[in-house]
Design a binder for this molecule. Structure first.
Ligand code: MN
Length: 396
């Protein structure tokens, strides 16, 4: 059996203010093409299919159009789980229509509903809480265990008194994983944060605060009887555990200018019940690269833009007091790939600070009057002040 693993589509997302939907249409079409060309039996989408809980009508249409294309008239199974960006219930709501197309939208841990599709190339034969078993025309059987994003809200619902987070997670995954059988291909799919073997957790620290996420899940909890574990949440293609075949596919478009990885992939995995994973291919998606460039002049900006037309660009003009609005307008009209322009003014020279300790009483008084009135005090006034201070000083 051949599966395609993808995640983190974030349909409808914006980079700064720039809507990425047109690019995402191309990316979705590319994934459909890969699934067709590589004759994939099943597609698993490991969460964050949408960018937010209330996707726009256009975002929803692109997702529905793509899922329908992917399912190939119901001859390919498509399993989607909720990530932290998806509203679990909202995602599941369309199941009532989707199941007759061999598409499974899993937002919550419930018994997965399916339709009679026995005339298709791959069709469901059994299901339980969070799991579903498929059979192909060729007689292969596969069980998919779905574990949607364990949000803090859900975690509170499942947590028992005195129990540690990772114990709760283990309990929570149990019903889905219990669907695995000795003679089936076993696939787990989840959306969560776990650390790859031998990696510095600091690298992923920015993921811990996303969308009310709970902190990371022990890798140990994911090592199950699964032959392959398809993960979403981290936006880079990462092998978490090679021996146990636990992978993040990464996102299909880069959303932020600070994302290190500029290449995007889907994973095409061959499996059989006896040997588990027999082949794994990284297939690159031609998403746009994001690049942030600091420039000091219009000429420098023009030079940079002339060789980076295929990328989405953030320009930072640094050390400039004044940038002509007409120039900015020109850059924008000639380079629709410029997403953000920011201007950092020249650093103000630090003002000399003189300690009052280094000044005489006369100087302190003169500065004080000058500061208040804008002019130095008359000699008579200074003299009077100093007399009153008991420190009469006569200058030569
Ligand atoms: Mn994501």
């Amino acid at each position: 059996m051949r599966i395609l693993h993808t995640a983190d589509w974030h349909i409808g997302c914006r980079t700064d203010d720039y809507l990425r939907l047109e690019e995402q249409k191309k990316t979705c079409a590319e994934i459909v093409k890969i699934a067709n060309e590589k004759k994939v039996d099943m597609v698993v989408i490991a969460g964050d299919i949408y960018d937010n809980f209330l996707p726009s009508a256009d975002a929803e249409k692109l997702v529905f159009d793509t899922l329908i294309e992917l399912c190939n008239n119901g001859n390919r199974a498509v399993v989607v789980i909720a990530g932290n960006h998806d509203e679990p219930k909202r995602l599941s709501n369309a199941s009532i229509f989707a199941k007759s197309h061999n598409i499974y939208l899993v937002g919550e841990l419930k018994k997965i509903d399916y339709a009679n599709l026995k005339n298709k190339n791959i069709y469901p034969v059994a299901s339980g809480v969070g799991n579903i078993e498929f059979k192909t025309k060729g007689g292969e059987r596969a069980v998919v265990a779905t574990m949607p994003f364990p949000s803090y809200y859900r975690y509170k619902q499942i947590k028992k008194e005195g129990e540690q987070l990772n114990d709760s997670i283990k309990e929570w995954f149990k019903p889905a994983l219990s669907g695995f059988k000795k003679d089936t291909i076993n696939i787990a799919v989840s959306h969560l944060l776990t650390y790859p073997i031998n990696c510095d957790p600091e690298v992923f620290s920015n993921y811990e605060v996303v969308g009310g996420a709970i902190s990371f899940v022990d890798r140990e909890n994911l090592i199950s009887k699964a032959h392959y574990t398809a993960l979403g949440h981290i936006h880079q293609m990462i092998c978490v555990d090679k021996k146990n075949n636990i992978y993040y596919s990464g996102s299909t478009v880069n959303k932020f200018f600070d994302e290190k990885s500029s290449n995007n992939y889907v994973l095409v995995v061959d499996l059989d019940a006896k040997n588990g994973v027999t082949n794994l291919q990284k297939v690159e998606i031609s998403a746009k690269h994001l690049i942030c460039q600091r420039v000091k002049s219009m000429a420098e900006a023009a030079g940079f833009l002339s060789v980076n037309k295929d990328k989405l660009v953030k320009l930072i003009f640094e050390d400039m007091d004044f940038v002509n609005p007409q120039d900015i307008k020109k850059i924008r009209s000639e380079n629709p790939n410029v997403v953000t322009i920011s201007i950092e003014p020249k650093k103000i020279k630090e003002q000399m600070v003189v300690s009052k300790k280094d000044l005489t009483t006369k100087e302190i008084f003169e500065k004080f009057v000058e500061n208040k009135t804008g002019a130095k005090p008359e000699d008579e006034l200074t003299k009077l002040f100093l007399e009153l201070m008991g420190e009469v000083i006569y200058e030569a």
